[in-house]
Design a protein around this ligand. Structure first.
Ligand SMILES: [Zn+2]
Ligand SMILES: [Zn+2]
Length: 146
């Protein structure tokens, strides 16, 4: 992790190292809150804004990217993870992933046909997950009211 920070031109501080390492330990779809909790478990002197700033930094150097699903919460995906699409459940806000291998070829072809160089893409499916599909809308809403 230290080497990585250095090659990206960062000053290596123990705090920064801890934040970066925690992010990569958490893996995918990390929110600032989750990262903050994880960092605080090890060092509770680190403030929220420091965590947030460093997370932005991780994105800026291309190690992670923002995932905005439309529920107002920004999640962060490490870019070293294999390309994948997202399935977002509008009810329980669960974020699942699926393999996009089949789609990549089609997207690359669409780019070629338009004399476009493909550098990245986002695939997102919105709907209901298996668990939520079993519960009718009405029951769910009543549950929420209680
Ligand atoms: Zn993801
Ligand atoms: Zn769901």
């Amino acid at each position: 992790m230290k080497e990585l920070l250095r090659t990206k031109g960062f000053k290596v501080t123990p705090q920064r190292e801890l934040i970066f390492r925690s992010f990569f330990e958490l893996g995918r779809h990390v929110t600032v809150d989750e990262l903050y909790q994880k960092v605080r478990e090890k060092d509770n002197s680190i403030g929220y804004s420091t965590v947030w700033r460093n997370l932005k930094l991780i994105c800026r150097v291309g190690l992670a990217e923002e995932v905005n699903i439309g529920d107002g919460l920004t999640r962060y995906d490490r870019t070293t993870a294999a390309p994948h699409g997202h399935l977002f459940c509008r009810r329980c806000k669960k974020l699942l992933e699926f393999n996009v291998e089949r789609i990549v070829g089609i997207l690359a072809q669409a780019a070629r046909e338009n004399s476009f160089t493909l550098e990245g893409f986002k695939v997102e499916i919105q709907g209901l997950c298996e668990d939520c599909r079993r519960v009718p809308d009405r029951e769910c809403d009543q549950g929420k009211a209680n």
